[in-house]
Design a protein. Structure first.
Length: 313
C-alpha cells in the first residue's frame, strides 16, 4: 500500500585446531579448487570468534527469549501505567494536562472511527521503512569503502563526520526548498538519519577484522570483492546488525522531525495538530504509538539477529 501527501542448512565448521592448521600452511595446487568453500568456512569461524568476543552473543547468547525475560521486561511499563493511572485519578492535575489512560484509549478509538488512525500509522510506517532501507544501503556502502580503504578513510571520514553532526531539523528548510513538500523530502531526511549509524558501525568493525582471516583468504587467492563477501562481511555481521538497530531507532526519530513541517498525515502530524488544538490525550496517544512501533520494529530486527547468530555460531 502506498500513500502520498497529495492524495491521501546446517553447515559444517572446521574445529579451531583445523582452522589454525589450514591457515598456517601454504595451499597446494590441488587445493585451490576448494578455495571458495574453505575461505567461507574461515569467515564463519571468524564470525563465531568475533561475535563471542565482541558482542557476547555466542552459542549461549543467541538462544530464545524466555517467558521470564518477557515478563521481567513488562514490569517497568506496568509500574509506569499504574503510576499514570493513580496520578490522573487521585491527584488534582486537570485532564488537559494529564489525561487518564482511558481517555487516551478513547482518543484512539475516536480517530479509528474516523478512519484516520490506521492511515496515520501506515503512512508513518511506510516513510520509516523506505527511508531506513535507502539510508541503511547507503551507510553499508560508505562503511565498506571507508573501512577497507585507508585513502577513502582519510578522504571521506572528515566530511561524513561533519554532515553527521548537522541536527535533523537543520535539513528541513533546505530539503523543502529543493525537493518540495510531499514525500521525497521526508523520506530523504529519514534516509540521512538512518545512514550514519550503519556507516559508523560497519566502517569501525571492518577496520578490526582479524587480520589472520584476511591473510588466509588472500592465501587462497581471493580478490578484494571475494574477500569482502566471503570473509570480512561475515566477520562483522553482529556489528552490521547493531548498526541496523541503531539506524532503525534513528529513522523513527527523524520521522517526527520530517512530519513536523508541511505534513498532513502521519504520527508526527498528529503530534503537531493535537498540540495546536490542545488535545493532550492525542499527544499521549501519538507518543505511545511511536514507542510501540519503534520497539516492535527493533524486536523484529533482534529476531533476525538471533537467527543469524544461531546459524553462524
Amino acid at each position: 500500500m502506498s500513500f502520498d501527501e497529495r492524495g491521501g542448512a546446517p553447515v559444517s565448521r572446521p574445529s579451531t585446531t583445523e582452522g589454525r592448521e589450514a591457515a598456517s600452511r601454504e595451499p597446494a595446487d590441488g587445493e585451490r579448487a576448494n578455495a571458495g568453500r574453505r575461505v567461507t568456512l574461515f569467515g564463519w569461524a571468524g564470525f563465531e570468534g568475533f561475535s563471542a568476543a565482541g558482542t557476547g552473543l555466542g552459542r549461549g547468547g543467541a538462544g530464545r527469549v524466555s517467558v521470564g525475560t518477557v515478563l521481567l521486561g513488562l514490569v517497568v511499563p506496568g509500574v509506569l501505567l499504574l503510576v499514570w493511572l493513580l496520578a490522573s485519578e487521585l491527584t488534582p492535575i486537570p485532564d488537559y494536562l494529564l489525561p487518564s489512560p482511558a481517555q487516551v484509549v478513547g482518543a484512539g478509538v475516536e480517530l479509528a472511527n474516523q478512519g484516520l488512525l490506521g492511515t496515520y500509522i501506515l503512512i508513518s510506517l511506510q516513510r520509516v521503512l523506505l527511508g531506513f532501507a535507502i539510508g541503511a544501503s547507503i551507510g553499508l556502502a560508505l562503511g565498506a569503502v571507508v573501512g577497507l580503504s585507508g585513502v577513502a578513510d582519510r578522504m571521506l571520514a572528515p566530511t561524513l563526520g561533519a554532515i553527521r553532526a548537522v541536527p535533523s531539523l537543520a535539513w528541513l528548510p533546505l530539503l523543502t526548498v529543493f525537493l518540495g513538500i510531499f514525500e521525497t523530502p521526508k523520506i530523504t531526511l529519514i534516509a540521512i538519519g538512518a545512514a550514519f549509524p550503519v556507516y559508523t558501525t560497519v566502517s569501525a568493525a571492518l577496520r578490526h577484522v582479524d587480520p589472520h582471516l584476511v591473510e588466509a583468504g588472500r592465501a587462497f587467492g581471493l580478490g578484494r570483492l571475494s574477500l569482502l563477501t566471503t570473509v570480512q562481511l561475515p566477520a562483522v555481521v553482529p556489528s552490521v546488525i547493531s548498526g541496523l538497530r541503531l539506524a532503525l531507532a534513528q529513522a523513527w526519530l527523524f520521522l517526527v522531525a520530517a512530519e513536523l513541517l508541511a505534513s498532513s498525515m502521519g504520527l508526527g502530524f498528529l503530534l503537531t495538530d493535537s498540540a495546536n488544538n490542545g488535545r493532550t490525550d492525542r499527544i499521549f496517544l501519538a507518543i505511545l504509538l511511536l514507542a510501540i512501533l519503534g520497539k516492535t520494529s527493533d524486536a523484529l530486527v533482534g529476531l533476525g539477529e538471533r537467527a543469524l547468530l544461531k546459524r553462524w555460531s
